[in-house]
Design a protein around this ligand. Structure first.
Ligand code: FVH
Length: 292
């Protein structure tokens, strides 16, 4: 005899690009799903694939204990959930927000009788439901809520719990995405340097990607130095040497007719740290200049 395992039902509010991707994976995995979206037209396709469509956010919240929201921003969460009865609900908020907004939202949910878990999605919609793509979601807030629903939450993407502080998922999300924008900024400068030359950007791209991958493990050494407080231990490329090299980068930008506005601020910080006596360090000391 075969036994069928009942899949946990989910209420999902928000069917933008990300919400729709999440909805598809839960439906495909056999989870009963109730959806709501401010613009009802976005529910049509999902209804055809078996989703129940709620006429209001309140109806969606009332449908199941696990309520997932994936809306544009914190203000839209406030607006969508106003007038819903959250008492006894397990609210999982996958909307991008700041750590402070997440903590306030957790308190707001608790005042309304709900448990709260915040999520920061480290994936774009095509990575959802594709384990090999490596996408995952940071979660923080109620550990009990995370443990109870982990199996369901793991359907669209991997899950990484980062602590009871509801703001930590957003903080991890913002930290990683900030590093990503720094990388994009560096790549933008690199492409700008060759833009007017007879160099195919497509031939530079793999060199650039491989170089960034080769340099990425440096973050482990940075983390160790931050932990020990010794910024000079095992330094290979000292700050004094690196600062001495910065005029060449700025002159190259000038020669190529490229604005140095993306790289100059970082060079300024390196110079300041050197002036404060950090010549024997690597680049770790720059971090301390940023922290106010
Ligand atoms: N898409 C991505 O690449 C990123 C990947 C990382 C995580 N983000 C965050 O996920 C949240 C949702 O993003 P999204 O891609 O689904 O965004 P949109 O396609 O723009 O859909 C927005 C949904 O929010 C609804 N909405 C907006 N304002 C309100 C409101 N005041 N009341 C109720 N709902 C609202 C909107 O509804 P509609 O315009 O269809 O009526 C969409 O359902 C987001 O935090 C990303 O940062 C995605």
């Amino acid at each position: 005899t075969q036994t069928t395992v009942e899949k946990s039902p989910v209420s999902l509010l928000g069917l933008g690009a990300m919400g729709t991707a999440l909805a598809r994976t839960w439906l495909a995995a056999g989870h009963p799903l109730t959806v709501w979206n401010r613009t009802p037209a976005r529910t049509t396709l999902l209804a055809a694939h078996g989703a129940e469509v709620a006429d209001s956010a309140a109806e969606a919240v009332a449908a199941h204990a696990l309520v997932v929201v994936c809306l544009l921003d914190d203000a839209s969460v406030e607006e969508a959930l106003a007038g819903t009865d959250l008492a006894g609900r397990d609210l999982v908020n996958l909307t991008t927000c700041t750590p402070a907004q997440a903590r306030d939202r957790a308190e707001w949910a608790h005042e309304r009788g709900a448990r709260y878990l915040d999520g920061g999605i480290m994936a774009v919609p095509p990575m959802i439901g594709v384990p090999a793509a490596g996408g995952y979601v940071f979660y923080s807030g109620s550990r009990e809520l995370f443990d109870r629903h982990q199996e369901t939450l793991a359907v669209p993407a991997g899950t990484v719990y980062v602590g009871r502080d509801a703001g930590f998922a957003a903080l991890h999300d913002m930290a990683l995405l900030s590093a990503m924008y720094g990388m994009f900024a560096g790549a933008a400068h690199a492409f700008a340097l060759i833009r007017k030359e007879d160099i195919d950007p497509v031939s530079l791209a793999p060199l650039l990607a491989d170089w960034l991958v080769a340099m990425a493990p440096a973050v482990h050494r940075t983390a160790e130095r931050l932990r020990t407080g010794d910024y000079t231990q095992g330094v290979v490329s000292g700050l004094a040497m690196q600062v001495a090299g910065t005029p060449a980068f700025l002159s190259t930008a000038e020669e190529q007719g490229v604005s140095p506005e993306l790289i100059r601020p970082y060079f300024e910080l390196m110079r300041r740290r050197l002036a404060e006596g950090g010549g024997e360090e690597d680049l770790t000391g720059v971090i301390d200049l940023l922290v106010r």
